[in-house]
Design a protein around this ligand. Sequence first.
Ligand code: G1P
Ligand code: ZN
Length: 543
Amino acid sequence: MPTRTVITQPFADQKPGTSGLRKKVTVFQQQHYLENFVQAIFDSIAAPQGATLVLGGDGRFYNRHAIQVILKMAAANGFGRVMVGRGGILSTPAASCVIRKYKTFGGIILSASHNPGGPEGDFGIKFNSSNGGPATETVTEAIFAKSKSLSQYRILEVGDVQIDAIGNSVLGEMTVEVIDPVADYTELMKSLFDFPAIKALLADGFRIKFDAMHAVNGPYAVEILQRMLGAPADSLMNIIPLEDFGGGHPDPNLTYAHDLVEIMYGDNAPDFGAASDGDGDRNMILGKHFFVTPSDSLALLAANATVVPAYKKGLAGVARSMPTSAAVDRVAQALKIPCYETPTGWKFFGNLMDAGKVTLCGEESFGTGSDHIREKDGLWAVLFWLNILAAQRMPVAKIVYAHWARFGRNVYSRHDYEGLPNEVAEGVMSHIQGNFSKLSGLSFGKYTVKYCDDFSYTDPADASVSAKQGVRIIFTDGSRIVFRLSGTGTEGATLRVYLEAYDADVANHTLDAQLALAELIQIAQQISELKKRTGREQPTVIT
Ligand code: G1P
Ligand code: ZN
C-alpha cells in the first residue's frame, strides 16, 4: 500500500501541558495540525520496528477522525500492531490498564478530559509510556521540539479502517486489532474489590446514583455497577456517551454535575452518589445531603484501605499533589507510612509507584488512584467507596464525621478565576512571587505566617527538578493558602487559589467550609490584590 510523505509546515503552539496537547477542535482542524503532532510523537518515542500501540479516546467530537489518521500514520511509521478500543473508545484508566496488561510499547489517548466537547469544544491528544502513565517531561519536551521543526509526515494512502466490530484487520504491514473497550478494565476491577460484598450491599436496598455525564464511563458503569453488581437501571444516569457530552461540561464537581447534586440533596435522596468526567479518570463522591471533598476522600480511602482485598496487606505509602489538603498526611502519620507531596499532575505519582514507594495517591481536583494503573481512575474510586460502605454499613456522612473525629478536619476550598487575560493572571502571580519573601513572621488576625515558598520538587526516582509549581503561604497552625496558574485551560488563564484551615475540634465548629475559611479568603485577597488586579468580585467556580 502506498505510503505518502506529506510536506507540512511546523506549528509553534504544540507544547503538551501536564495532560498532553489540548486545544479547541477548530485548532486541531487546521490542515496538517493533528498529523504534525502525531509525527512529532512517533519521531520522539523511538519505538522499535513492529512495536504495539494502544489507541482510544473518550469519544468526543473529532475522536473518530483522529483515530483513522493515527492508524494510517502508525502503519506508515513501522508499528506492527495497534490495539484500538471498539468505536475508538477507551476511557483513560482503561487505556492505562490495556497498555500494562499487554505490555505494549505505549498508547495514544484522545481526550480533553473534563473540558466541553463538540465542534466548538476542545480536543486533546497525549502519549502514555509502557508503564501506562503519561510520558515523562523529557519525552513531552522532545515532542514539542520536534513539532516546531517538522517538515514532513508519513501516512498510508488508504480508505478508512473498520473500528466498530471486534477483530483484526490489516493496514499495510500493520495489524489493527479492535478490542472490547470494557472487558480488560472490568476484569481488573473485579480482581481488586470485594464484588460479592458490594453486591450484597446493593441487594439489601442501599441506593446509589452514578452520573456518567454523557461521557466515556457510561458503558463501563453499565457493565460493572448494573450488570455485575446488580444496581437497578435507574441507579445510572446520562449513560449514553455523546460527542458533545449533551452540551454539558463533563466535570464532576458541585457546579457542573448539578443534576446529580440536586438529586443527592433532594427529598428521597439515594444513599450514595458519584460522577466521573469526560475520559473517566476523575470522580466526585456524595452521600445523602453530603459532599465529600476529594482531599478528604483520599484520606478516608487510605485510612480504610485494608477492607479492600487488593490493599488488605496495607499501603507502601501515599502521595498527594501540593495543593491537595494535608488530610492524608495525618492518616499516613497514624499508619506510619511515608507521604509524598508532588507538583500538580499525575505523572509525578507514576514514578513513585514504579519505584514501589506509594500505593494510593490523589489530587484535590477530583482525581484519586492507586498503583493498579498509572492514571487516576474514576470508577475505581466509586468501587473503593462502595467496598468501604459494604464493610461498614454506615451512611457516608457518618463515616466522614468519624474520620474527622479521629484525625481532625482539614477544612478546604478551591477558588478558581477562569478566563482571565493572560497578562492579568501573570501580573497577579508575579505580584505574589515578588512579595512572598516579605511575609514570613507577619500576622493577619489569628494567622501568623510561618514560611512561604514557590514550590519546587525533586523527583526521588530520577532527581529531576520541577520548580515554580505554585506559591505556598503556610501559617503556624498548619493552615495554608496556595496560588497557582492552571496548566490545562484553553481560553485565557485560570488562577487557582487553594484555601485550607486545620480544625482539631470539628464537633464544635461550622461545617460550612466558606464560613470557616472566611478569614483566610480575606487574607488571600489582601496578599494577591486579586480584586484590584482582575476586577473580579467573585471566583468563577468554588469547590
Ligand atoms: C488540573 C488539575 C490537576 C490535574 C489536571 C489534569 O490542572 O488542577 O490537579 O492533574 O487538571 O486533570 P490545572 O488546570 O490546575 O493545571
Ligand atoms: Zn479526565
